[in-house]
Design a protein around this ligand. Structure first.
Ligand code: CP
Ligand code: NVA
Length: 314
C-alpha cells in the first residue's frame, strides 16, 4: 500500500516531526541520507512553471540515490493524449515515486488512486504541501520550537495558505489568515485543520491579524492559472501589501516568509523581502531538505508491488 502526500493532512503530527528531524539531520550530515531510491526512477510532472520545486525535487531524488525525470504536462498530453490514470500507470511501471504539479487537484487524486506508488503533490489549485513543510522547517530552525508560536498569513487564502493551515495545526502553531473579502481561506479547510487540533482564525481584519505575530507570510495575489484576474485582484488586494508599517505591528523578533516567486511592490515591499527579517532564501533552500525527508518517509512506510494497480480507466 503506497503512502501519498497530496495535502499536509495526509501526514500525522509524528510524520511531520520525522520529516523535520530528518531534514535537519541530513542537512547537517548529507552522508547519512539513506539510498532509498538506489537504482530507481522518480518522475516529476509539471503542468505549470517552477524554479524551486522542480530543482528541489530532482536534487532530493538524487540525494536518495534515484534518477529524477522531468516531464511537462503538455508533453504527455495529460487528459488530452492520455488519461491521468493511464499516465500514472505508465510512470509507475518505470518509477518508484510520482510527483506532479497540476492545475486541478482532483487529477492528483486520480493518479494516486491508479497506482501503488507514493504520489506527491508539487502544487495544485488547492494545496502546496511540500512548501508548507519547508516553511515549518525554516521556522523550526529559526525559533527552535514551533509549539506556541503564531504564524499569520496575509493575502489569498488559496493553496499555500491551505497547506500552512494543516502544517500549523500538526506542528502546534497558532495560525491566522487575513484576506480581503471574497479571498478568504475556505471554511472547509479551516474546519478540517481545527479538527486536527489547530487554532485557526480566518479574518478580513488585517491589522488585528498581524498584531504581535511571530511570523508574517504572504504569497502572490494572482496565482498561476489566474492571470486573467490579475487586474481585478490587484484592486481587491490593495492595502494588503506586507510593508514596514505592517511588519511593525508584529512582535519585535517577527520574521517574514514568502514561498516565492515574489512581486515587490504588490504583495510585499522590497524593504521587507530584502530586509534583515526575511527568511525567504532559507525557505527556498529548505524546499530540497524537506522534500528529501518527505520522500524518505513515504518510501520507508510504503510496501509496493512491482505492478501498477489496474482497473477501469475513468
Ligand atoms: N515556491 C514554489 O513552489 O516555487 P516554484 O513555483 O518556483 O517551484
Ligand atoms: N499561490 C501560488 C504559489 C506559487 C508557489 C501559485 O499557485 O501560483
Amino acid at each position: 500500500m503506497s503512502r501519498c502526500c497530496l495535502e499536509v493532512d495526509d501526514l500525522t503530527p509524528h510524520d511531520v516531526g520525522t520529516v523535520l528531524d530528518h531534514a535537519l539531520e541530513w542537512k547537517r550530515e548529507p552522508a547519512s541520507v539513506p539510498s532509498l531510491l538506489e537504482g530507481s526512477g522518480a518522475v516529476g510532472l509539471f503542468e505549470k512553471p517552477s524554479a524551486r520545486t522542480r530543482i528541489a525535487f530532482e536534487l532530493a531524488v538524487v540525494g536518495l540515490g534515484g534518477h529524477p525525470m522531468y516531464v511537462r504536462g503538455d508533453e504527455v498530453g495529460l487528459g488530452v493524449r492520455e488519461s491521468p490514470a493511464d499516465v500514472a500507470r505508465t510512470f509507475a511501471s518505470y518509477c518508484s515515486v510520482l510527483a506532479a504539479r497540476v492545475f486541478d487537484h482532483d487529477v492528483l487524486q486520480v493518479m494516486a488512486d491508479a497506482v501503488d506508488r507514493p504520489v506527491v503533490n508539487l502544487l495544485s489549485d488547492r494545496a502546496h504541501p511540500t512548501q508548507a513543510l519547508a516553511d515549518m522547517l525554516t521556522l523550526r530552525e529559526h525559533f527552535g520550537v514551533l509549539e506556541g508560536r503564531h504564524l499569520t498569513f496575509v493575502g489569498d487564502g488559496n493553496n499555500v495558505a491551505a497547506s500552512l493551515a494543516f502544517a500549523a495545526a500538526l506542528c502546534g502553531l497558532e495560525f491566522t489568515v487575513a484576506s480581503p473579502p471574497g479571498y478568504e481561506l475556505d471554511e472547509d479547510v479551516a474546519e478540517r485543520a481545527r479538527n486536527l487540533g489547530g487554532a485557526i482564525e480566518v479574518t478580513t481584519d488585517l491589522h488585528e491579524a498581524v498584531r504581535g505575530t511571530d511570523a508574517l507570510y504572504t504569497d502572490v495575489w494572482t496565482s498561476m492559472g489566474q492571470e486573467d484576474e490579475s487586474a481585478q485582484r490587484r484592486q481587491a488586494f490593495e492595502g494588503f501589501t506586507v510593508d514596514d508599517a505592517l511588519l511593525a505591528l508584529a512582535s519585535d523578533d517577527a520574521v517574514f516568509l514568502h514561498c516565492l516567486p515574489a512581486h515587490r511592490g504588490e504583495e510585499v515591499s522590497a524593504s521587507v523581502i530584502d530586509g534583515e527579517r526575511s527568511l525567504v532564501w532559507k525557505q527556498a533552500a529548505n524546499r530540497m531538505h524537506s522534500l528529501r525527508a518527505l520522500l524518505a518517509l513515504l518510501l520507508e512506510s510504503t510496501v509496493t508491488s512491482n505492478v501498477p494497480t489496474t482497473g477501469e480507466v475513468p
